[in-house]
Design a protein around this ligand. Structure first.
Ligand code: NAD
Length: 425
Protein backbone atom coordinates (compact mmCIF):
# COMPACT_ATOMS: atom_id res chain seq x y z
CA UNK A 1 0.00 0.00 0.00
CA UNK A 2 1.55 3.29 -1.05
CA UNK A 3 -1.19 5.71 -0.04
CA UNK A 4 -0.48 8.56 2.35
CA UNK A 5 -2.30 7.38 5.47
CA UNK A 6 -4.54 9.97 7.13
CA UNK A 7 -4.21 10.46 10.86
CA UNK A 8 -6.18 12.56 13.34
CA UNK A 9 -5.69 14.14 16.76
CA UNK A 10 -9.22 12.93 17.52
CA UNK A 11 -8.75 9.48 19.10
CA UNK A 12 -11.99 8.07 17.72
CA UNK A 13 -11.20 9.15 14.15
CA UNK A 14 -7.58 8.07 14.42
CA UNK A 15 -8.64 4.61 15.65
CA UNK A 16 -11.27 4.29 12.91
CA UNK A 17 -8.68 5.18 10.27
CA UNK A 18 -6.08 2.78 11.71
CA UNK A 19 -8.61 -0.07 11.73
CA UNK A 20 -9.64 0.69 8.18
CA UNK A 21 -6.07 0.88 6.82
CA UNK A 22 -5.06 -2.33 8.63
CA UNK A 23 -8.02 -4.26 7.20
CA UNK A 24 -7.58 -2.71 3.73
CA UNK A 25 -3.90 -3.68 3.70
CA UNK A 26 -4.72 -7.23 4.78
CA UNK A 27 -7.27 -7.50 1.95
CA UNK A 28 -4.79 -6.11 -0.57
CA UNK A 29 -7.32 -3.42 -1.48
CA UNK A 30 -6.50 -1.22 -4.47
CA UNK A 31 -4.82 2.09 -3.47
CA UNK A 32 -7.46 4.13 -5.30
CA UNK A 33 -10.25 2.44 -3.39
CA UNK A 34 -8.41 3.03 -0.12
CA UNK A 35 -8.05 6.74 -0.93
CA UNK A 36 -11.78 7.04 -1.65
CA UNK A 37 -13.04 4.94 1.28
CA UNK A 38 -10.80 6.59 3.87
CA UNK A 39 -12.59 9.93 3.37
CA UNK A 40 -16.19 11.01 3.84
CA UNK A 41 -18.13 11.81 0.67
CA UNK A 42 -19.61 14.92 2.24
CA UNK A 43 -19.27 16.75 5.56
CA UNK A 44 -21.25 19.86 6.34
CA UNK A 45 -21.02 22.30 9.23
CA UNK A 46 -23.96 24.53 10.05
CA UNK A 47 -24.56 27.40 12.46
CA UNK A 48 -27.79 27.14 14.42
CA UNK A 49 -29.03 30.46 15.82
CA UNK A 50 -31.60 30.15 18.61
CA UNK A 51 -33.48 32.89 20.43
CA UNK A 52 -33.20 31.78 24.06
CA UNK A 53 -35.98 32.17 26.62
CA UNK A 54 -34.29 35.26 28.09
CA UNK A 55 -34.35 36.98 24.67
CA UNK A 56 -30.62 36.56 23.95
CA UNK A 57 -29.39 34.79 20.80
CA UNK A 58 -27.08 31.78 21.02
CA UNK A 59 -25.45 30.12 18.01
CA UNK A 60 -24.76 26.36 18.19
CA UNK A 61 -22.48 24.36 15.87
CA UNK A 62 -24.06 21.44 14.02
CA UNK A 63 -22.66 18.76 11.72
CA UNK A 64 -23.77 16.09 9.29
CA UNK A 65 -21.25 13.74 7.73
CA UNK A 66 -22.02 11.25 4.96
CA UNK A 67 -19.13 8.84 4.90
CA UNK A 68 -20.49 6.66 2.11
CA UNK A 69 -23.58 6.34 -0.06
CA UNK A 70 -22.11 3.53 -2.15
CA UNK A 71 -24.60 0.93 -0.90
CA UNK A 72 -27.55 3.29 -0.43
CA UNK A 73 -28.67 6.39 1.47
CA UNK A 74 -26.42 7.40 4.37
CA UNK A 75 -27.82 6.15 7.67
CA UNK A 76 -26.86 7.10 11.19
CA UNK A 77 -27.78 8.98 14.33
CA UNK A 78 -27.76 12.56 15.53
CA UNK A 79 -26.30 13.27 18.95
CA UNK A 80 -26.68 16.34 21.15
CA UNK A 81 -23.60 16.55 23.36
CA UNK A 82 -21.01 19.22 24.28
CA UNK A 83 -18.20 17.11 22.78
CA UNK A 84 -19.75 16.63 19.33
CA UNK A 85 -17.34 17.82 16.63
CA UNK A 86 -16.62 17.21 12.96
CA UNK A 87 -13.92 14.56 13.49
CA UNK A 88 -16.08 12.53 15.88
CA UNK A 89 -18.97 12.64 13.38
CA UNK A 90 -16.62 11.52 10.59
CA UNK A 91 -15.38 8.58 12.66
CA UNK A 92 -18.88 7.49 13.70
CA UNK A 93 -20.18 7.91 10.13
CA UNK A 94 -17.49 5.56 8.81
CA UNK A 95 -18.40 2.99 11.49
CA UNK A 96 -22.02 3.22 10.29
CA UNK A 97 -20.85 2.45 6.74
CA UNK A 98 -19.25 -0.79 7.95
CA UNK A 99 -22.17 -1.64 10.25
CA UNK A 100 -24.79 -1.24 7.50
CA UNK A 101 -22.62 -3.10 5.01
CA UNK A 102 -22.14 -6.00 7.42
CA UNK A 103 -25.86 -6.02 8.25
CA UNK A 104 -26.60 -6.54 4.55
CA UNK A 105 -29.04 -3.61 4.42
CA UNK A 106 -29.14 -1.09 1.53
CA UNK A 107 -27.57 1.82 3.38
CA UNK A 108 -24.34 3.74 3.56
CA UNK A 109 -23.07 5.46 6.68
CA UNK A 110 -23.71 8.88 8.18
CA UNK A 111 -23.62 10.64 11.54
CA UNK A 112 -24.24 14.11 12.86
CA UNK A 113 -25.12 16.20 15.82
CA UNK A 114 -24.97 19.48 17.66
CA UNK A 115 -22.34 20.62 20.12
CA UNK A 116 -24.64 21.47 23.04
CA UNK A 117 -25.43 20.53 26.65
CA UNK A 118 -29.10 19.63 26.11
CA UNK A 119 -29.91 19.60 29.84
CA UNK A 120 -29.36 23.36 29.88
CA UNK A 121 -32.11 23.98 27.30
CA UNK A 122 -35.80 24.48 27.93
CA UNK A 123 -38.18 22.41 25.80
CA UNK A 124 -38.92 25.46 23.62
CA UNK A 125 -35.21 26.17 23.09
CA UNK A 126 -34.58 22.50 22.30
CA UNK A 127 -37.36 22.46 19.71
CA UNK A 128 -36.15 25.70 18.10
CA UNK A 129 -32.58 24.36 17.92
CA UNK A 130 -33.65 21.00 16.48
CA UNK A 131 -35.95 22.52 13.85
CA UNK A 132 -33.36 25.12 12.74
CA UNK A 133 -30.74 22.37 12.51
CA UNK A 134 -33.16 20.30 10.39
CA UNK A 135 -33.78 23.27 8.09
CA UNK A 136 -30.04 23.87 7.65
CA UNK A 137 -29.23 20.26 6.81
CA UNK A 138 -32.41 19.92 4.72
CA UNK A 139 -30.49 20.14 1.41
CA UNK A 140 -28.61 16.93 2.22
CA UNK A 141 -31.20 14.76 4.01
CA UNK A 142 -34.16 12.91 2.50
CA UNK A 143 -35.60 9.39 2.47
CA UNK A 144 -33.37 8.46 -0.48
CA UNK A 145 -30.19 10.41 0.36
CA UNK A 146 -29.49 10.51 4.11
CA UNK A 147 -31.74 9.28 6.92
CA UNK A 148 -30.88 10.45 10.46
CA UNK A 149 -31.98 8.59 13.61
CA UNK A 150 -31.72 9.04 17.40
CA UNK A 151 -28.37 8.79 19.17
CA UNK A 152 -27.00 10.14 22.47
CA UNK A 153 -29.52 12.61 24.00
CA UNK A 154 -31.95 12.51 21.08
CA UNK A 155 -35.08 10.38 20.71
CA UNK A 156 -38.55 10.15 19.22
CA UNK A 157 -39.42 13.78 20.03
CA UNK A 158 -36.45 15.19 18.09
CA UNK A 159 -37.18 12.85 15.16
CA UNK A 160 -40.78 14.12 14.96
CA UNK A 161 -39.59 17.76 14.95
CA UNK A 162 -37.15 16.97 12.13
CA UNK A 163 -39.75 15.04 10.11
CA UNK A 164 -42.27 17.86 10.56
CA UNK A 165 -39.78 20.60 9.63
CA UNK A 166 -38.68 18.79 6.47
CA UNK A 167 -42.30 17.98 5.54
CA UNK A 168 -43.30 21.65 5.88
CA UNK A 169 -40.28 22.88 3.92
CA UNK A 170 -41.02 20.45 1.08
CA UNK A 171 -44.79 20.79 1.17
CA UNK A 172 -45.26 17.03 1.38
CA UNK A 173 -45.38 14.45 4.16
CA UNK A 174 -41.88 12.97 4.58
CA UNK A 175 -41.98 10.19 7.22
CA UNK A 176 -39.02 8.32 5.69
CA UNK A 177 -36.54 11.16 6.26
CA UNK A 178 -35.81 9.96 9.82
CA UNK A 179 -36.26 6.72 11.76
CA UNK A 180 -36.72 6.16 15.48
CA UNK A 181 -40.13 7.83 15.49
CA UNK A 182 -42.74 6.85 18.09
CA UNK A 183 -45.15 4.12 16.96
CA UNK A 184 -48.04 6.63 16.89
CA UNK A 185 -46.19 8.82 14.34
CA UNK A 186 -45.09 6.38 11.61
CA UNK A 187 -42.72 4.51 13.91
CA UNK A 188 -42.52 0.74 14.03
CA UNK A 189 -43.70 -1.94 16.42
CA UNK A 190 -40.75 -4.06 17.54
CA UNK A 191 -38.08 -1.34 17.28
CA UNK A 192 -37.82 -0.95 21.06
CA UNK A 193 -36.66 -4.54 21.56
CA UNK A 194 -34.77 -4.94 18.26
CA UNK A 195 -31.20 -4.34 19.46
CA UNK A 196 -31.53 -6.63 22.50
CA UNK A 197 -33.23 -9.31 20.40
CA UNK A 198 -30.36 -9.10 17.92
CA UNK A 199 -27.75 -9.43 20.70
CA UNK A 200 -29.61 -12.47 22.10
CA UNK A 201 -29.78 -14.01 18.61
CA UNK A 202 -25.99 -13.69 18.26
CA UNK A 203 -25.46 -15.31 21.69
CA UNK A 204 -27.75 -18.22 20.79
CA UNK A 205 -26.04 -18.77 17.42
CA UNK A 206 -22.60 -18.61 19.03
CA UNK A 207 -23.59 -21.18 21.66
CA UNK A 208 -24.95 -23.46 18.94
CA UNK A 209 -21.75 -23.08 16.92
CA UNK A 210 -19.80 -24.09 20.05
CA UNK A 211 -22.13 -27.03 20.77
CA UNK A 212 -23.25 -25.53 24.08
CA UNK A 213 -26.97 -26.20 24.68
CA UNK A 214 -28.64 -22.85 25.41
CA UNK A 215 -30.46 -24.41 28.40
CA UNK A 216 -27.07 -25.21 29.99
CA UNK A 217 -25.63 -21.74 29.42
CA UNK A 218 -25.15 -19.04 32.04
CA UNK A 219 -25.14 -15.35 31.11
CA UNK A 220 -24.20 -12.06 32.76
CA UNK A 221 -25.69 -8.89 31.28
CA UNK A 222 -24.06 -5.57 32.13
CA UNK A 223 -26.49 -2.64 31.77
CA UNK A 224 -30.22 -2.99 32.26
CA UNK A 225 -31.49 -0.30 29.91
CA UNK A 226 -32.95 -0.73 26.43
CA UNK A 227 -30.38 -3.19 25.06
CA UNK A 228 -29.60 -5.08 28.29
CA UNK A 229 -33.19 -5.75 29.40
CA UNK A 230 -34.30 -7.19 26.08
CA UNK A 231 -31.09 -9.19 25.69
CA UNK A 232 -31.69 -10.71 29.16
CA UNK A 233 -35.39 -11.28 28.44
CA UNK A 234 -34.83 -13.12 25.16
CA UNK A 235 -31.95 -15.19 26.58
CA UNK A 236 -34.09 -16.23 29.57
CA UNK A 237 -36.96 -17.11 27.20
CA UNK A 238 -34.54 -19.25 25.16
CA UNK A 239 -33.77 -21.22 28.34
CA UNK A 240 -30.42 -19.75 29.43
CA UNK A 241 -29.80 -18.90 33.07
CA UNK A 242 -29.16 -15.18 33.63
CA UNK A 243 -26.91 -15.33 36.70
CA UNK A 244 -26.04 -11.63 36.79
CA UNK A 245 -27.39 -8.26 35.76
CA UNK A 246 -26.16 -4.76 36.56
CA UNK A 247 -26.89 -1.12 36.07
CA UNK A 248 -25.57 2.21 37.33
CA UNK A 249 -26.56 1.14 40.88
CA UNK A 250 -24.33 -1.98 40.91
CA UNK A 251 -24.41 -5.73 40.26
CA UNK A 252 -27.14 -8.26 41.11
CA UNK A 253 -26.04 -11.91 41.16
CA UNK A 254 -28.15 -15.05 41.67
CA UNK A 255 -26.69 -18.52 41.19
CA UNK A 256 -30.16 -19.97 40.52
CA UNK A 257 -30.92 -17.32 37.93
CA UNK A 258 -32.30 -13.79 37.97
CA UNK A 259 -36.08 -13.59 37.50
CA UNK A 260 -35.76 -11.33 34.45
CA UNK A 261 -39.47 -10.47 33.98
CA UNK A 262 -39.65 -9.53 37.69
CA UNK A 263 -36.50 -7.37 37.42
CA UNK A 264 -37.88 -5.69 34.28
CA UNK A 265 -41.21 -5.01 35.98
CA UNK A 266 -39.35 -3.61 39.01
CA UNK A 267 -37.30 -1.21 36.87
CA UNK A 268 -40.36 -0.14 34.84
CA UNK A 269 -42.14 0.87 38.07
CA UNK A 270 -39.10 2.57 39.65
CA UNK A 271 -39.31 6.36 39.23
CA UNK A 272 -35.65 6.43 38.12
CA UNK A 273 -35.88 3.23 36.02
CA UNK A 274 -33.10 1.58 38.07
CA UNK A 275 -32.53 -1.77 39.84
CA UNK A 276 -31.77 -0.19 43.26
CA UNK A 277 -33.78 -2.15 45.87
CA UNK A 278 -34.59 -5.11 43.60
CA UNK A 279 -34.82 -8.33 45.64
CA UNK A 280 -35.51 -12.04 45.05
CA UNK A 281 -34.53 -15.20 46.96
CA UNK A 282 -30.80 -15.96 46.69
CA UNK A 283 -29.91 -12.56 45.23
CA UNK A 284 -26.50 -11.17 46.16
CA UNK A 285 -25.85 -7.46 45.68
CA UNK A 286 -22.31 -6.53 44.65
CA UNK A 287 -20.57 -3.62 42.98
CA UNK A 288 -20.61 -3.10 39.24
CA UNK A 289 -16.97 -4.19 38.85
CA UNK A 290 -17.42 -7.42 40.84
CA UNK A 291 -20.31 -8.68 38.75
CA UNK A 292 -18.03 -8.72 35.70
CA UNK A 293 -15.69 -11.13 37.48
CA UNK A 294 -18.32 -13.79 38.24
CA UNK A 295 -18.23 -17.13 36.46
CA UNK A 296 -20.54 -17.56 33.48
CA UNK A 297 -20.40 -18.79 29.90
CA UNK A 298 -21.33 -15.47 28.33
CA UNK A 299 -20.83 -11.83 29.25
CA UNK A 300 -22.99 -9.34 27.34
CA UNK A 301 -21.75 -5.81 28.06
CA UNK A 302 -24.77 -3.62 27.20
CA UNK A 303 -23.94 -0.41 29.08
CA UNK A 304 -21.05 1.87 28.29
CA UNK A 305 -17.96 2.07 26.14
CA UNK A 306 -14.68 0.99 27.75
CA UNK A 307 -16.33 -1.26 30.39
CA UNK A 308 -13.74 -3.99 29.76
CA UNK A 309 -10.22 -2.63 29.81
CA UNK A 310 -6.61 -3.24 30.84
CA UNK A 311 -7.66 -3.15 34.53
CA UNK A 312 -10.29 -5.88 34.49
CA UNK A 313 -9.85 -7.98 31.31
CA UNK A 314 -7.57 -10.47 33.09
CA UNK A 315 -10.19 -11.01 35.83
CA UNK A 316 -13.10 -12.00 33.61
CA UNK A 317 -14.41 -15.52 34.17
CA UNK A 318 -16.31 -16.14 30.91
CA UNK A 319 -15.74 -17.96 27.62
CA UNK A 320 -17.63 -15.57 25.34
CA UNK A 321 -18.27 -11.84 25.17
CA UNK A 322 -21.05 -10.55 22.95
CA UNK A 323 -20.85 -6.76 22.67
CA UNK A 324 -24.30 -5.20 23.01
CA UNK A 325 -22.90 -1.74 23.73
CA UNK A 326 -20.77 0.23 21.29
CA UNK A 327 -17.06 -0.13 22.04
CA UNK A 328 -17.39 -1.86 25.46
CA UNK A 329 -13.85 -3.31 25.20
CA UNK A 330 -10.90 -0.93 24.92
CA UNK A 331 -8.10 -1.85 22.45
CA UNK A 332 -5.86 -2.76 25.44
CA UNK A 333 -8.62 -4.89 26.96
CA UNK A 334 -9.18 -6.54 23.60
CA UNK A 335 -5.55 -7.75 23.47
CA UNK A 336 -5.86 -9.38 26.91
CA UNK A 337 -9.24 -10.93 26.15
CA UNK A 338 -7.84 -12.33 22.92
CA UNK A 339 -4.74 -13.76 24.62
CA UNK A 340 -7.02 -15.51 27.10
CA UNK A 341 -8.89 -17.21 24.26
CA UNK A 342 -12.22 -15.51 24.99
CA UNK A 343 -14.30 -15.34 21.81
CA UNK A 344 -15.71 -11.87 21.15
CA UNK A 345 -18.67 -11.09 18.91
CA UNK A 346 -18.00 -7.44 17.95
CA UNK A 347 -20.42 -4.57 18.53
CA UNK A 348 -21.09 -3.69 14.91
CA UNK A 349 -22.33 -7.24 14.33
CA UNK A 350 -23.97 -7.97 17.71
CA UNK A 351 -25.91 -4.70 18.11
CA UNK A 352 -26.86 -4.25 14.45
CA UNK A 353 -30.45 -5.28 15.25
CA UNK A 354 -30.98 -1.58 15.97
CA UNK A 355 -30.08 -0.34 12.50
CA UNK A 356 -31.80 -3.31 10.84
CA UNK A 357 -34.89 -2.29 12.83
CA UNK A 358 -34.50 1.27 11.53
CA UNK A 359 -34.39 -0.12 8.01
CA UNK A 360 -37.68 -1.96 8.71
CA UNK A 361 -39.24 1.32 9.89
CA UNK A 362 -38.13 3.09 6.69
CA UNK A 363 -39.47 0.25 4.50
CA UNK A 364 -42.86 0.50 6.25
CA UNK A 365 -42.89 4.32 5.97
CA UNK A 366 -42.14 4.21 2.23
CA UNK A 367 -44.90 1.64 1.72
CA UNK A 368 -47.32 3.34 4.14
CA UNK A 369 -48.10 -0.15 5.38
CA UNK A 370 -47.25 -1.37 8.87
CA UNK A 371 -46.23 -4.76 10.20
CA UNK A 372 -47.15 -6.52 13.42
CA UNK A 373 -44.47 -7.07 16.04
CA UNK A 374 -44.43 -10.78 15.12
CA UNK A 375 -43.74 -9.93 11.47
CA UNK A 376 -41.00 -7.52 12.54
CA UNK A 377 -39.25 -10.03 14.80
CA UNK A 378 -39.82 -12.79 12.26
CA UNK A 379 -37.82 -10.80 9.73
CA UNK A 380 -35.13 -9.57 12.14
CA UNK A 381 -34.06 -12.89 13.62
CA UNK A 382 -33.19 -14.67 10.32
CA UNK A 383 -31.17 -11.63 9.15
CA UNK A 384 -29.21 -11.58 12.42
CA UNK A 385 -28.57 -15.33 12.15
CA UNK A 386 -27.32 -15.01 8.56
CA UNK A 387 -25.07 -12.09 9.44
CA UNK A 388 -23.64 -13.90 12.45
CA UNK A 389 -22.85 -17.01 10.39
CA UNK A 390 -21.33 -15.01 7.52
CA UNK A 391 -18.77 -13.55 9.94
CA UNK A 392 -18.39 -16.71 12.03
CA UNK A 393 -17.70 -18.88 8.94
CA UNK A 394 -15.24 -16.35 7.54
CA UNK A 395 -13.46 -16.11 10.86
CA UNK A 396 -13.14 -19.92 11.22
CA UNK A 397 -12.14 -20.47 7.60
CA UNK A 398 -9.48 -17.76 7.62
CA UNK A 399 -8.38 -18.16 11.22
CA UNK A 400 -9.27 -14.58 12.13
CA UNK A 401 -10.75 -13.00 15.23
CA UNK A 402 -14.45 -12.19 14.81
CA UNK A 403 -13.77 -8.43 14.99
CA UNK A 404 -11.25 -8.48 12.14
CA UNK A 405 -13.40 -10.91 10.14
CA UNK A 406 -16.41 -8.59 10.51
CA UNK A 407 -14.35 -5.63 9.30
CA UNK A 408 -13.05 -7.55 6.29
CA UNK A 409 -16.53 -8.77 5.28
CA UNK A 410 -17.99 -5.26 5.68
CA UNK A 411 -15.26 -3.43 3.78
CA UNK A 412 -15.32 -5.96 0.94
CA UNK A 413 -19.03 -5.39 0.23
CA UNK A 414 -18.50 -1.61 -0.07
CA UNK A 415 -15.28 -2.03 -2.08
CA UNK A 416 -16.95 -4.43 -4.54
CA UNK A 417 -19.86 -2.05 -5.09
CA UNK A 418 -17.55 0.94 -5.47
CA UNK A 419 -15.44 -0.93 -8.00
CA UNK A 420 -18.51 -1.81 -10.08
CA UNK A 421 -19.98 1.68 -9.90
CA UNK A 422 -16.71 3.50 -10.50
CA UNK A 423 -15.89 6.81 -8.91
CA UNK A 424 -17.74 9.25 -11.18
CA UNK A 425 -19.27 11.83 -8.78
P1 NAD B 1 -29.79 2.88 28.12
O1 NAD B 1 -29.50 4.27 28.56
O2 NAD B 1 -31.19 2.48 27.87
O3 NAD B 1 -29.19 1.83 29.19
C1 NAD B 1 -27.88 1.92 29.66
C2 NAD B 1 -27.79 1.04 30.91
O4 NAD B 1 -26.44 0.98 31.33
C3 NAD B 1 -28.61 1.56 32.10
O5 NAD B 1 -29.22 0.47 32.75
C4 NAD B 1 -27.53 2.15 33.00
O6 NAD B 1 -27.92 2.17 34.37
C5 NAD B 1 -26.42 1.18 32.74
N1 NAD B 1 -25.11 1.66 33.16
C6 NAD B 1 -24.57 2.91 33.04
N2 NAD B 1 -23.37 2.94 33.60
C7 NAD B 1 -23.12 1.70 34.07
C8 NAD B 1 -22.03 1.10 34.74
N3 NAD B 1 -20.95 1.81 35.04
N4 NAD B 1 -22.12 -0.22 35.08
C9 NAD B 1 -23.22 -0.93 34.77
N5 NAD B 1 -24.27 -0.41 34.14
C10 NAD B 1 -24.22 0.89 33.79
O7 NAD B 1 -28.88 2.67 26.82
P2 NAD B 1 -29.08 1.59 25.66
O8 NAD B 1 -29.92 2.18 24.59
O9 NAD B 1 -29.44 0.30 26.26
O10 NAD B 1 -27.60 1.53 25.07
C11 NAD B 1 -26.57 0.79 25.70
C12 NAD B 1 -25.38 0.67 24.76
O11 NAD B 1 -25.81 0.04 23.55
C13 NAD B 1 -24.74 1.99 24.31
O12 NAD B 1 -23.37 1.74 24.10
C14 NAD B 1 -25.41 2.26 22.96
O13 NAD B 1 -24.60 3.09 22.14
C15 NAD B 1 -25.48 0.85 22.43
N6 NAD B 1 -26.48 0.66 21.37
C16 NAD B 1 -27.80 0.90 21.60
C17 NAD B 1 -28.72 0.68 20.59
C18 NAD B 1 -30.19 0.87 20.83
O14 NAD B 1 -30.98 0.55 19.93
N7 NAD B 1 -30.62 1.33 22.00
C19 NAD B 1 -28.29 0.24 19.32
C20 NAD B 1 -26.93 -0.01 19.10
C21 NAD B 1 -26.04 0.21 20.15
Amino acid sequence: MSVQKRTSKNVLLDTALKNFYAAAEEMGLDDGLIEVMSRPERAICVSIPVTMDDGSVKVFDGYRVQHSTVLGPAKGGLRFHPEVNLEECEALASLMTWKCSLAGIPYGGGKGGISVEPLELSMREREAMTRTFAARIAPVISDWSDIPAPDVNTGGQEMIWIMDTISKLRGSFEPGVVTGKPISVWGSKGRNAATGLGVATCIIELLKAQNVPVEDATVIVQGFGNVGTFCAKYMAEAGAKIVGISDITGGYYCEDGIDVPAAMAYVAKHPKRILEGYAQPGLVKMDGGQILEQKADVLAPCALEGAINANNAAKLNVKYIVEGANGPITPEGDVIVDERGIIVVPDFLANSGGVIGSYFEWVQDLAGFFWTEEEYNGRLVPIMKDNFHRVWDYSRKNNKKMRRAAFLVAIKRVADALQMKGIFL
